[in-house]
Design a protein around this ligand. Structure first.
Ligand code: IMP
Length: 178
């Protein structure tokens, strides 16, 4: 069993990169079919989604654009429940088909906030692509059409996700060892 140390915690390998990429490819193929001729604007949520957004975007074969926003609700390994402001959205999304690209949906509060904020800018439609969903922790109802994987309620790092800023560079996903 592969174990890595990130700061003061040990993490064990839980989802190898090959499995992640298989799921990302499947989601990309669905988006290519569903959103063909819609010139979707992908909006990646920094920092955590940067690797997922890159791997997903490379597999999109229809005309499309990408931009990034930043917001955060996490410090350490427990959710603060506070959701920060959405910053950095300069594009005019009026009448556009938007696909939010998020690393992980935990309580869903971050995603809800993002959808509310983008919704005030008159997009035609908003879709959600999420690499990971902690189904048991969801507090709000979300229609996550493009989900790569569901995971249990454990803290994870790797493939863009961090523990106190560290671990984003791990190619695979690791789960904290309690
Ligand atoms: P939510 O608002 O509770 O859904 O939290 C979503 C955000 O929390 C994600 O975009 C991540 O930045 C962060 N997050 C949630 N769970 C984890 C985890 O297990 N590891 C690293 N970050 C996480």
């Amino acid at each position: 069993m592969k174990i890595v140390q990130v700061k003061d915690k040990k993490f064990t390998l839980s989802i190898p990169e090959s499995e992640i990429l298989k799921g990302v490819t499947e989601v990309a193929e669905r988006i290519n079919k569903d959103l063909a001729d819609k010139n979707p604007l992908f909006i990646g949520v920094l920092n955590g989604a940067f690797i997922f957004a890159a791997d997903l975007f490379k597999r999109i074969t229809i005309p499309c654009e990408i931009s990034f926003v930043k917001l955060a609700s996490y410090q350490g390994i427990t959710s603060t429940g506070r959701v920060k402001e959405v910053i950095g959205l300069n594009e005019d999304i009026t009448g556009r088909t938007v696909v939010i690209v998020e690393d992980i949906v935990d309580t869903g509060l971050t995603m809800e906030r993002l959808i509310d904020t983008l919704g005030t800018r008159n997009p035609k439609e908003i879709h959600i692509a999420a690499l990971l969903v902690k189904e048991q922790k969801l507090k709000v109802k979300l229609n996550i059409e493009y989900k790569v994987l569901s995971i249990p309620n454990d803290f994870i790092v790797g493939y863009g996700l961090d523990y106190d800023g560290l671990g984003r560079n791990l190619p695979d996903i690791y789960t904290v060892v309690e």
